[in-house]
Design a protein around this ligand. Structure first.
Ligand SMILES: Cc1cc2nc3c(=O)[nH]c(=O)nc-3n(C[C@H](O)[C@H](O)[C@H](O)COP(=O)(O)OP(=O)(O)OC[C@H]3O[C@@H](n4cnc5c(N)ncnc54)[C@H](O)[C@@H]3O)c2cc1C
Length: 415
């Protein structure tokens, strides 16, 4: 980690990337690999992700799609990952909240003609590999700082950091998450909806093998429980529930958890995985939906691009937030890489090109996850009948299932 000497102030870069989540790290590395002088700024950059310890598993377990694999391959990170810590998902089973024999949906990689539906693994494993690759990238400067102010001139933005250093960049990438201050500095408004739910996450050792299957149960009252397979006989749980129930769940001991699992979905969770023993301490995250009104700003003379949660936050029921964010990164790299030789990197036309290309994918995923969350949260008998009937109906359509799988994989076209 370098800290700039006072004489270095101000400093000029092609691009400033703000935010050190997985999205920010992938963006900064990818842009530097294009030969653009890039500064990566975040308060927590120096706390590089620790290497996962053997036998221990991080709580931040995600489902990664093929579009994520494609981007990580492009920036030469995928092949450096310890893939023995990733579990391939070959089947996905989704159960309705009526427990009728037809109220379920089964996706199979075999049926869709693809090798796997997803990979399940640790976010910090990828972040650590991105950190390592970034250290060898001489076009990339990393700064441990918070952006406190940003102003815009004709052809560049000026970022003031909390250590009083001033950075000038032709283009600023806001990868600073759901509460993005870069979004605010650029005058971009965002719609925010609190889902009044929290996700309780924990890893478990299971008695029964998971059979490379991700299971998700919609439960009465709007709760959603996902059990994602990890290497060996381990599963990662994401239980979306009311904030009150989340607080109560965090206080349970292992024996009390067993009782809760035994009664869930008429015993189906227990029947599928057997007894479950703690493999990590449970934690809870509040859930909301956020959508930025624009992906670029300020309106008159855009010099900022939003990626990842700074642009969109969705319910985790489809396990797609990070995958969608990495598709933003892939599009950004593609737009800059393929620009006409006469265009500067902050040509407004390029920024609009990025925004236009990201609209469809973002709108579709935000809409689908929001509708599913609300449909399964509705309490009327009519809606309960409708959603369970819908699961069975989709299950009987092989063509529709194939289409849904290819969309979830993040493939732009369907053959
Ligand atoms: C329970 C749960 C399960 C999920 N499961 C999945 C899944 O299976 N698959 C999937 O694809 N997605 C999943 N998601 C979504 C995923 O977690 C997010 O989409 C992803 O982490 C967003 O990454 P990000 O880098 O955009 O933001 P963040 O990870 O929030 O990173 C933001 C960064 O910006 C920095 N920052 C903030 N303010 C400033 C500032 N002023 N100056 C500089 N830096 C700043 C922060 O320090 C941080 O480093 C899940 C989400 C939840 C809640």
């Amino acid at each position: 980690m370098s800290s700039l000497p006072p004489s270095f102030n101000p400093h000029q870069f092609d691009i400033a990337v703000v935010g050190a989540g997985l999205i920010g790290k992938a963006t900064a590395l990818g842009l530097a690999q294009l030969g653009l002088s890039t500064v990566h700024i975040a308060p927590d950059l120096s706390q590089s992700s620790a290497a996962p310890a053997a036998g221990q598993w991080s709580q931040r377990i995600y489902a990664f799609s093929s579009s994520t694999q494609a981007l990580l391959k492009k920036i030469q990170v995928w092949d450096a990952l310890d893939l023995s810590r990733f579990q391939v998902v070959r089947d996905m089973r989704i159960f309705g909240d009526r427990q009728g024999p037809q109220d379920q949906l089964h996706f199979s990689a075999f049926e869709a003609g693809t090798a796997q539906l997803a990979w399940i693994g640790e976010a910090n494993l990828i972040e650590q590999t991105l950190d390592q690759a970034s250290r060898f990238q001489n076009k990339l400067e990393r700064l441990d700082a918070t952006v406190t102010q940003m102003t815009f001139a004709e052809t560049e933005a000026k970022l003031t950091l909390d250590n009083q250093v001033e950075i000038r960049a032709k283009l600023v990438i806001g990868a600073d998450g759901a509460r993005s201050s870069i979004r605010e500095f650029a005058g971009i408004t965002a719609q925010h909806e609190d889902y009044q739910q929290s996700a309780v996450v924990a890893n478990w050792n299971s008695d029964l093998p998971h059979l490379e299957t991700a299971n998700q149960w919609f439960l009465e009252g709007g709760d959603i429980l996902a059990m994602l397979p990890l290497p060996g006989k381990q599963v990662s749980m994401v239980w979306s529930t009311s904030p009150e129930n989340a607080d109560a769940l965090l206080k349970l001991n292992e024996a009390e958890w067993q009782l809760r699992f035994a009664e869930l979905a008429q015993g189906a969770v227990h029947a599928t995985l057997g007894n479950l023993r703690f493999n990590s301490v449970p934690a809870a995250f509040p859930l909301s939906k956020i959508r930025a009104a624009r992906l670029i700003g300020p309106a008159q003379n855009p010099q900022v691009i939003l990626v990842g949660d700074a642009a969109h936050v969705m319910h985790p029921l489809a396990g797609q937030g990070l995958n969608l964010g990495l598709r933003d990164v892939a599009t950004l790299l593609q737009v800059l890489e393929n620009r006409e030789s006469f265009r500067l990197i902050n040509d407004p036309l390029l920024l609009r090109r990025y925004e236009r290309e990201r609209q469809g994918d973002t709108s579709a995923l935000l809409w689908v996850t929001d509708r599913l969350k609300k449909l399964f949260g509705a309490q009327s008998t009519f809606e309960q009948g409708l959603r369970n009937w819908g699961l069975g109906l989709v299950n009987r359509s092989h063509l529709l299932k194939r289409r849904l799988i290819h969309q979830a994989l993040g493939e732009n076209h369907f053959e």
